[in-house]
Design a protein around this ligand. Sequence first.
Ligand SMILES: *[C@@H]1O[C@H](CO)[C@@H](O)[C@H](O)[C@H]1NC(C)=O
Ligand SMILES: *[C@@H]1O[C@H](CO)[C@@H](O)[C@H](O)[C@H]1NC(C)=O
Ligand SMILES: *[C@@H]1O[C@H](CO)[C@@H](O)[C@H](O)[C@H]1NC(C)=O
Ligand SMILES: *[C@@H]1O[C@H](CO)[C@@H](O)[C@H](O)[C@H]1NC(C)=O
Ligand SMILES: *[C@@H]1O[C@H](CO)[C@@H](O)[C@H](O)[C@H]1NC(C)=O
Ligand SMILES: *[C@@H]1O[C@H](CO)[C@@H](O)[C@H](O)[C@H]1NC(C)=O
Ligand SMILES: *[C@@H]1O[C@H](CO)[C@@H](O)[C@H](O)[C@H]1NC(C)=O
Ligand SMILES: *[C@@H]1O[C@H](CO)[C@@H](O)[C@H](O)[C@H]1NC(C)=O
Length: 505
Amino acid sequence: MLRITIRIVLLMTLSQQILGNVVILLADDLGIETELYGMDACKTPHLMSLARRGVVHEKTWTVVSSCSPSRASILTGLPPHQNGMYGLHQGYHNFQSFTQVKTISNILSDSGIRTGIIGKKHVGPNDVYKFDYEVTEEHYPIMQVGRNITLIRDKVREFLSVNDSRPFFLYVGFHDPHRCGHTNPEFGQFCEKFGNGDPEMGTIPDWTPVAYEADQVHVPYYVQDTPVAREDLAAQYTTISRLDQGVGVVLQELERAGALEETLILFTSDNGSPYPNGRTNTYEPGLQVPLIVSSPRDQNSWNTRTNELTSLLDIVPTVLDWFNISYLNYTMFYYNMTVTLTGRTLLRDDVNTTWFNHKYIYASHNLHEVTMYYPMRSVRTARFKLIHNLAHRMPFPIDQDFFISDVFQDILNRSLADDLPWYKTLDDYYYRPQFELFDLKIDFTEKNNMADNPHYKKVFHKLFNHLHKWQNITQDPWLCSPGGVLQDSGDYADEHQCFPLYNGL
Ligand SMILES: *[C@@H]1O[C@H](CO)[C@@H](O)[C@H](O)[C@H]1NC(C)=O
Ligand SMILES: *[C@@H]1O[C@H](CO)[C@@H](O)[C@H](O)[C@H]1NC(C)=O
Ligand SMILES: *[C@@H]1O[C@H](CO)[C@@H](O)[C@H](O)[C@H]1NC(C)=O
Ligand SMILES: *[C@@H]1O[C@H](CO)[C@@H](O)[C@H](O)[C@H]1NC(C)=O
Ligand SMILES: *[C@@H]1O[C@H](CO)[C@@H](O)[C@H](O)[C@H]1NC(C)=O
Ligand SMILES: *[C@@H]1O[C@H](CO)[C@@H](O)[C@H](O)[C@H]1NC(C)=O
Ligand SMILES: *[C@@H]1O[C@H](CO)[C@@H](O)[C@H](O)[C@H]1NC(C)=O
Ligand SMILES: *[C@@H]1O[C@H](CO)[C@@H](O)[C@H](O)[C@H]1NC(C)=O
């Protein structure tokens, strides 16, 4: 009898444990340029302290290096070509996910979990991306909900103080360290002056600005080492420090509410940093993102690092796993193929203490701004990477935000003056071959294209076939591009086929 009681009590505590919460902390355009990844010039003490409560993933990639498409992928577990968010959501860009798509917030809400979003949302339509509690740029100025960490603290506190016994899912979308020169140049290139206490900049009581000098920064290999670029990086670091302190503020609020010990915390970013070869690219600086997984159920994993290959498509499966909820079985459009998640959970179970490791990591890009059609598909393994530039005869497009930055203007000016200390030329950057194959083990800067090298023929075909398979499983409308046309309805409804165009591609 006693034994049975103990067992029941044990089961009850277990199931209570299973009812923990999830918090996603999302940075905006943060790559791996911080001390979290050994770049000691850029200090992030709060991320370092979160890392001591979790696992730092050394090898994580977004599926697309663009804001709305990436956020839509994080929240659906599906790549942009499958969830419909082909490009940016706001203003005249106007992209939306398909109304049939199931998002993690809606699935959780239907399963009795309270959902909230604070900060940058940047996805739609609203019915598809619904949260019970919403404080986003749709209701407030983005500067306030995304960069004012005192306001963020107030809103997190409000969300956590609701008297509701249901477990919660809270998504905090920081707008830092996104560029600012395109929309709010009065606050500096990265809004690094916003709220710093200077005349007309206002104050953010929870933020202690950290200033950097141009000679203190670490200039990454993909950025030109010039005074202009160094100034820009110094400003970026200051804004990264506000993000870092914002993470600290949210963790403090969780602790204050007594929720820290029962909450899975994921920290990551939508895409890499806003520099050439970074955001909007499928090169590593565009796709590689930070990831900390802090699970109170797996304290053995705390303060460790892993090299396993992971993708932001793993977030939906991870959250579902945490709440022990299954993905839904549904189809979209006239396809009879069930929509399946290609990500896997990042949580270890008690028995199996090895992490899940992807052998292949995929990316899919179509547009950033509406004018920037430049579809790319890519696949990588631990060693090799293949990029397929589907529209390679077009110049690679440049977004408004990056164009106006001093860093890009510096590239233009110096290219004209033939005085650019960079690892590429502007021409190389604009005009890319159809296929780019890199052996990252000997060429981590992705400079030497092996696509036509006979020694890499087998690798090329293997990667290409895996990419094609993934595009097929994820119902990619670009499956046959640019050399062919996909037929998938009418006579070809049951057997989709690629038909050649004889265009030489
Ligand atoms: C919280 O809600 C429960 C159930 O609705 C109620 O009994 C309790 O008094 C509430 N507590 C507070 C502090 O409002
Ligand atoms: C940030 O938010 C706080 C709280 O709402 C407010 O007092 C402060 O003025 C805001 N700071 C800026 C720079 O807008
Ligand atoms: C998870 O859910 C399944 C089916 O809904 C149930 O059988 C199982 O006991 C649950 N696992 C835990 C650990 O609660
Ligand atoms: C999904 O639903 C279809 C049609 O109802 C069924 O044939 C299939 O077995 C289901 N798949 C899963 C994984 O439950
Ligand atoms: C542990 O997980 C790995 C990766 O998912 C899997 O390959 C392996 O078979 C699992 N082992 C056990 C004992 O479940
Ligand atoms: C680029 O050149 C233009 C025209 O000379 C100049 O106005 C601008 O300040 C330069 N920008 C940078 C970042 O060097
Ligand atoms: C989908 O399944 C339905 C019912 O099984 C069938 O009538 C229809 O032809 C199928 N459509 C396609 C595109 O395969
Ligand atoms: C996609 O995969 C299905 C199922 O394996 C296969 O029948 C079909 O031929 C593939 N389509 C293309 C265009 O490769």
